[in-house]
Design a protein around this ligand. Structure first.
Ligand code: 5GP
Ligand code: ZN
Length: 134
């Protein structure tokens, strides 16, 4: 399979690794929002949140907490965003599941998503659809 993150996991493509265990590798994003921007990936290929096995997802969540603390300290960040893009229409460019840890600096200019209030009655219907889909 021609997957850039599988190649990084295998050491076939260089990266600046910051963490590794039996399930997980974390390395610096090549084009960071801010220095210290890190990607956490499972060693076993999965595409996104929809096919990752629960054990890999749990391992990513554990490592995200540990790395967030280390990264914030290491780069003297003012905060940190934890984000995951799933599918191309949600901004996913590399189709190997990964979670971004993005250290933030006060006034760094990164804009998050625009938000809008629900029209009357829509929140109730949407919540019911989600509960039914579980
Ligand atoms: P996505 O949009 O898929 O969530 O983000 C993919 C991320 O992978 C981007 O932030 C991009 O800079 C990073 N990236 C793409 N190719 C490479 C690479 O070869 N090495 C590293 N370290 N990061 C990469
Ligand atoms: Zn892969």
């Amino acid at each position: 399979m021609d997957c850039i993150f599988c190649k990084i996991v295998a050491g076939e493509i260089p990266s600046f690794k910051v963490y590794e265990d039996e399930r997980i590798v974390a390395f610096l994003d090549i084009r960071p929002v801010n220095p210290g921007h890190t990607l956490i990936v499972p060693k076993t290929h999965s595409k996104n949140i929809f096919d990752i096995v629960a054990e890999d997802w749990t391992a990513i969540a554990d490592v995200a907490r540990i790395l967030a603390i280390a990264i914030e300290k290491a780069v003297s960040a003012d905060g940190i965003n934890i984000a995951m893009n799933n599918r191309p229409d949600a901004g996913q460019l590399v189709e190997h599941a990964h979670v971004h840890l993005i250290p933030r600096k006060k006034g760094d200019g990164l804009k998050l998503w625009p938000q809008h209030p629900y029209p009357e009655g829509e929140a109730e219907k949407t919540a019911e659809k989600i509960r039914s889909a579980l």
